[in-house]
Write a protein that binds this ligand. Sequence first.
Ligand code: XBP
Ligand code: MG
Length: 262
Amino acid sequence: MALKAVIFDVDGTLADTERDGHRVAFNAAFTEAGLPWHWDAALYGQLLAVTGGKERIRHYAERFDPATAQRPDFAELVQGLHRRKTRIYTDLVAQGRIALRPGVRALLEALRAEGLRLAIATTTTPDNVQALLEANLGSEGPAWFEVIGAGDVVAAKKPAPDIYAWVLDRLDLKARDCLAVEDSENGLRSSLQAGLPTLVVVNDYTGRQDFAGAVAVLDGFGEPQQPFRVLRGSAHGKRRADPGLLRVWHAEALANGKDVLS
Ligand code: XBP
Ligand code: MG
């Protein structure tokens, strides 16, 4: 079964967006709204267990500021904070403050050159994906991805498989035709439950999580001057992720079929 498409997560995978992007934007929105909330880098690492920004704000308030969570206008407060946070985040990204991870652009270009189809499956808001791709790949960047599944298009966010199922449906492909690329345990649970062979590329927030079921785990995508380290699986002597290696991992995952559901 040949690899036909690669489906990328965004936050933590295509770019390290969380600590210096989303977190900063959440804090700025809280301050503007006069709330005494501040998410430092360590607390934010814990809050990432809850996917989705609105869901994360709700969870934080219920746990750390129950009086605010019980306000009759709490639902509107969360909506307003998140709308403002999205604006602050997209402005930050448009200013070029969040780069793609090393090796990502080269990998995307190589996959396109080989005619592999590209897609995105993420819990983040669609505007954020648009801003990140435009800022880093140019105005044509979003069109590199045939399908972009993002945010509230599905009710159940990762680790539920819904966003991957949504993307597969629109690609009109079976899970076994694709490879997912994720950075987190929540993301991996989502992709594996959708039946997708999955490569994990960790970052500082996710390196110690459980990646059972991934076909390989790397610490980066690798570049000529900065090869990846393989944390699980085999890279067959290669030093950076390229279409050939992704095809090998895809084939390995199908051969080990026990790790994928379809
Ligand atoms: C990303 C998320 C998102 C971002 C914030 O998870 O959980 O909520 O942190 O974006 P994944 P929004 O990489 O697993 O998709 O505030 O737009 O939700
Ligand atoms: Mg992620």
